[in-house]
Ligand binder design. Sequence first.
Ligand code: ADP
Length: 646
Amino acid sequence: MMMRVGPMGPIGRPGDPPVTRQQIRPGTVRRIIPYAKPYRWGLALLLSVTALDAIITAVNPLLIAFVIDDGIIPRRVAVVVGIALAIVVLALVDALANYIQARMSARIGQGVTYDLRTRVFSHVQRQPLAFFTRSQTGSLVSRLNTDVVGAQQAITTLLSQTVDTVLTLIVVVAAMFYLSWQVSVIALITVPFLLFPGKVIGKRLQRLTRETMQLNASMGSLTTERFNVGGAMLAKLYGRPDEESAVFATQAERVRDVGVRQTVTGRAFGIIMALISALILALAYGLGGILVIDHAFKIGVLVALVALITRLFGPVNQLSNMQINVLTALVSFDRVFEVLDLKPLIAERPGATALPRACGNGMAPEIEFDRVSFRYPTAAEVSLASLESIALPMPERGDTEWILHEVSFVAPAGKLTALVGPSGAGKTTITHLVPRFYDPGSGLVRIGGYDLRDLTLKSLHDTIGVVTQDAHLFHDTIRANLAYARPGATEQELVEACKAARIWELVASLSNGLDTVVGERGYRLSGGEKQRVALARLLLKAPSVVVLDEATAHLDSESEAAIQRALQIALAGRTSLVIAHRLSTVREADQILVIDEGRITQRGTHEELLAAGGLYADLYRTQFARQEATEGGLAGEVPTGNGPVR
Ligand code: ADP
């Protein structure tokens, strides 16, 4: 049974139910135990020193009672010195206990954080592409940070705090009763007064804290979005800086107002607590004083009692927050488990075989689509509502439209198959089925005669090289980006790959050469250059199958010619499936598939299709021929609609 917890974790949205009303999935507590298990000895030590600390807390006031009543008042120096020494020893022991407590708590806490983080990271990495298209990176990052830390606290802070609080309460109350049951009973009657402000103001404070975190988060994401290159450009182009500032000011205003309320409430809480504490102390001194005057007990006992009472305030307060803290931590654990429970849609079959590596060297495998129909998975199938990038109501299973309808074709081994068609026809979707970014809804995709689903993912991904239109480069050096494909590549191999991809000239001209950092999103390189770096990366990987979406952005005739050569080298001898945007590519293609509304409507070579008339001839006439005329046949774009209109 799956019960949803708040979609934003401990931060939550203002409308979220309070944590005490959020339901934790059954079994959460049981599932936490394995995470604590490796640390059991550390935990045992942590709890032991915590107990020791609690005991010393209560023993100290008793020593004060002795030193006053049995040492100072009867003027016995030896007793005074003895007890003073005992207090020193206890303080040393307590210091050591506190140190061990801090050390164990940090080690276990960081250890658990590490375990959870690495587990979540590698699990999320194994999710299908669809998961990432659906999930908001920020929410994922928050699972790795906020929730993992929240969960970790359940194991260390909370556990030791609970033991500390409960033990301190027991020991202190016992010591009080030992000294004077009358004063103890009266002191305990006042406990609810201590709890009351914690309940009322504490709740309000918690709500304000959530609200602050949420407002800060949305102000942060607004800033990030507006201050990245794309956002800044839009704001300038549409002349909207004033409006943008106004939107930001509104957000900042809310942060300010909530900030004021939060601080005032926090201070009010402190003031009220101080007031109540003062009243309780007054009561204790008043009542205790009368009892001392009546010789009911000695003055040292009174001083010790008051000291013990002040030691009650902390634990009592802790107690009032305990339930909320425990539940918050459990919610965090639950949210981490929720991610760990995601079943990857694309999983390897048990006993999957490895695609023989014999393919290669002109022995590339053929790719076959056998009556493949496909629809994109619904959000519910691939993601968590709480990680969704768009807060749409989740459609039920089967709600998405079919994108491909009974697509059948063979991309022959070692040959170039070009995909052409209007935008939204389904070309990218077809290419995404080859590396198993998605599985077909019905029908089969085969590679070298094997159903993709019977192959190990590693062997499949080793065989296939993919270059997307907006090739992604990590924020790192060109060398590191290239070595990603082949970690042990030699300098010479890197240079040769760059040369073959027609990017070496550019790389060599940079002052740091291969060690130039390509900025976030490879921003300093143009689209065409980025794609050539990606081609060099592909050449290093030397896959026998290539899936490529030709870049259309930022092309000039020169880079067009460079790309054309680079492509010829990259595709030679490999089974290639290319979403074609260039005249040269369709001319060289051994087979062109014309895709329209998820179906293959025509197939053949450039000449055959031109002669046959129909969609391909139409596309050619309306846009492609014009490109040929203006660019002298050297460069041109097939009007697939994916690129910018020129
Ligand atoms: P093309 O590459 O021919 O332009 P695509 O294969 O990208 O076409 O898209 C085909 C159809 O699939 C379009 O209608 C598009 O809206 C839809 N589509 C593409 N990607 C997704 C996705 N991740 N989730 C849902 N629908 C998608």
